[in-house]
Design a protein around this ligand. Structure first.
Ligand code: CA
Ligand code: CA
Ligand code: CA
Ligand code: CA
Length: 199
């Protein structure tokens, strides 16, 4: 015959085990990707609970790959679509202080179709409403003299290309960083990589 004391001990042990299992289950539900931050739905700050390399406060970066092989250039590490590079020279190899256009962040999937990220520094990034991404505003990160608004010669000497100026661009500007314009005369390349039209 079992003694009352041992029944009580068994019951307490079972309750303790159930409690641990329950809290582990709740934790797994709130931090499914196990990056240490709870999902927004659970009151946490993790904007993407299916991506362990994306959470609030995770350092943003542009160059290299994530541990799972995805490119960092198009990945939003820090849950902030306005930031697209890490510490210089990451994403700013020419040190003109403008992030490279190769560095971009997609906008949050749950952002309404008509909305855009707010608070981005449009001196540094462009808002691309066509591709729903934010990208660095530097069209050429190998040349310090080329920044938004700079003109360079096209391969066709009667044309020139203008690095898109800072700000918001629509679907018609999603495919290229450059506007192509006719040159009055012909374009002459300059030593710093820009170009000027001469008659
Ligand atoms: Ca995450
Ligand atoms: Ca990134
Ligand atoms: Ca970011
Ligand atoms: Ca540049």
């Amino acid at each position: 015959m079992r003694r009352p004391g041992s029944v009580l001990v068994c019951t307490l042990v079972i309750l303790a085990v159930l409690s641990v299992v329950g809290s582990v289950g709740a934790q797994a539900k709130c931090d499914a990707d196990r990056d240490g931050q709870n999902s927004v739905a659970c009151g946490g700050a993790d904007c993407d609970d299916n991506d362990a390399y994306r959470y609030r406060g995770n350092p943003e970066r542009c160059e290299g790959s994530l541990p799972d092989g995805r490119a960092a250039a198009t990945h939003d590490e820090d849950c902030d679509p306005c930031t697209v590079t890490g510490q210089r020279p990451d994403g700013d190899r020419d040190f003109d202080l403008i992030p490279s256009s190769a560095c971009s962040n997609p906008w949050p999937a749950n952002m309404p179709a008509s909305a855009q990220p707010v608070g981005c520094d449009l001196n540094l990034v462009r808002i691309d409403t066509g591709a729903r991404r934010t990208l660095g505003a530097d069209c050429d990160d190998t040349k310090r003299a080329i920044v938004p608004g700079s003109q360079v010669c096209d391969s066709n000497p009667v044309l020139m290309r203008v690095c898109l100026d800072k700000g918001v661009v629509g679907p018609d500007k999603s495919a290229s960083d450059w506007d192509v314009r006719k040159c009055a005369g012909h374009c002459v390349p300059q030593p710093n990589g820009t170009g000027i039209c001469v008659n």
